[in-house]
Design a protein around this ligand. Structure first.
Ligand code: HEM
Length: 428
């Protein structure tokens, strides 16, 4: 096993990208030179006009040259829906991100598998976040949310990301895995390093990523061994994987792959939605006033935040056959990127898509959870966590005021925040 983790030298593909892109006017750039997979566009939150131009003028666009190889961009809502719901034409293998798996370090996971193996593995863990489990979790989520909010330094500046969003989602993850509670920040670390760019603060090299993932696997293997022989398997992810017919014989890298899916899937996304909700409501005082006046709008506000933020900006598919999409000929093997962020801003589907409107029409029609057989498995859990968070915020605080610029994640995949300075004003 160890040899799989310590072979390849570091390679840092994203470093070839030009930070100067943020100063360009996309309407002055030739469409054939468009490459929207530049991390700096995402970090600076300057995506709007780039994707609008693609939607209007080249909705199925081919980028010939990019760091991670050529790719098609699909940017309109209806076209994304077509791709996401046609797994026979657009495969999830070998990867759902723009980067191909490394030959000597492939982590199989069911999000990057097609039927029937995908369906069999998903079935094993799905009950952990199904309606019955959510009913059981609700009081626990509420209690933990109360604990975190009660510990906020009221009236003082603090970082919402670390103090609330990370803490709450990490506690939830620890519950889903029945993971030793005192070690729960390890889960945050493993989640962050899975999507980190080497050399940008979190990890120095690909080698370091592999070494830390090896530690993660060793830790989880111990938990598997403790649970695999239990006569009464628990309802946590690890017990389910250890006993599930489609997962109990996985090799270690497949176990690690599925762990990373469940850790990252449930962590980054919900965490960034929590932060986005505070940010968006601060930036849109009229919407906040609406919500304060009528708290039954909380679920709708949660959906709107998930649309507006789009915590995962895209998913990749790979053409399984030669096919046609919007008049373009797509060849078997081509990378096809469904830009959920852009579909969620498509004025052909949403009215005033750039605006944050908590009671908008079709509020649950957003693309942020995907559609089709890979539709987010944890979407109801994420919504529940967000709903409880805001119910508990309103019991304690007049408002959460943003007092500085947010810092954003350097990634084309995870749309998130690394910092959001705030002050919590207590209810009078
Ligand atoms: C899949 C987004 C929360 C677990 C996905 C997909 C997206 C997504 C875009 C892929 C959909 C597709 O390819 O069609 C989100 C967002 C969340 C969130 C925006 C929060 C706001 C969660 C939570 C969990 C979770 C809390 C719980 C563990 C998963 C899993 C998959 C998935 C396991 C793979 C499903 C499959 O391949 O069948 N999610 N997610 N997600 N998500 Fe989430």
């Amino acid at each position: 096993m160890a040899s799989a983790f310590n072979t390849k030298p570091a390679h840092i593909i994203e470093f070839n990208q030009d930070p100067g892109v943020v100063d360009l006017d996309p309407y002055q750039v030739d469409l054939k030179d468009f490459d929207v997979s530049n991390v700096y566009l995402f970090q600076s939150d300057k995506l709007g006009p780039w994707f609008k131009r693609l939607r209007d003028e080249a909705p199925i666009h081919y980028c010939h040259e990019a760091n991670l190889g050529p790719y098609w961009s699909v940017t309109r809502y209806e076209d994304i829906m077509k791709v996401d719901t046609s797994p026979e034409l657009y495969s999830s293998e070998p990867s759902i991100t723009m980067r191909d798996p490394e030959e000597d370090f492939t982590l199989p996971m069911f999000i990057a598998m097609d039927a029937p193996k995908h369906d069999d593995q998903r079935k094993v863990v799905n009950p952990a976040v199904g309606p019955a489990a959510l009913k059981l979790f609700e009081p626990l989520i509420r209690e933990r949310t109360q604990g975190v909010l009660d510990a906020i330094p009221v009236g003082e500046e603090f970082d919402w990301v670390d103090t609330v969003s990370i803490e709450l989602t990490t506690r939830m993850l620890a519950t889903l895995f029945d993971f030793p509670y005192e070690d729960r920040r390890k889960l945050t670390r493993w989640s962050d390093l899975a999507t980190a760019i080497p050399g940008q603060g979190l990890i120095d090299s690909e080698q370091q990523r592999r070494e830390e993932l090896a530690e993660c696997l060793a830790y989880f293997t111990e938990l598997w061994n403790q649970r695999v022989n239990s006569d009464e398997p628990g309802n946590d992810f690890i017990s389910m994987l250890a006993h599930g017919p489609a997962t109990k014989n996985m090799d270690p890298l497949e176990y690690l792959g599925n762990l990373m899916l469940l850790i990252v899937g449930g962590n980054d996304t919900t965490r960034n939605t929590m932060t986005a909700s505070v940010y968006a409501l601060d930036q849109n005082p009229a919407e906040f006033a609406k919500l304060t006046a009528d708290q039954s709008l909380i679920p709708s506000m949660v959906s709107e935040t998930i649309r507006w933020q789009t915590p995962l900006a895209h998913m990749r598919r790979t053409a399984a056959v030669d096919t046609e999409l919007g008049g373009q000929q797509i060849k078997k093997g081509d990378k096809v990127i469904m830009w959920y962020w852009s579909g969620n801003r498509d004025e052909r589907f949403f009215d005033k898509p750039d605006d944050y409107i908590i009671d908008r029409d079709k509020v649950r029609g957003h693309l942020s959870f995907g559609f089709g057989i890979h539709r987010c498995m944890g979407n109801r859990l994420a919504e529940l966590q967000l709903k409880i968070l805001w119910e508990e915020i309103f019991k304690r605080f007049e408002r959460i005021e943003v007092v500085g610029e947010p810092e954003r994640t350097l990634s084309v995949f995870v749309r998130g925040f690394t910092k959001l300075p705030v002050i919590a004003h207590p209810r009078k």
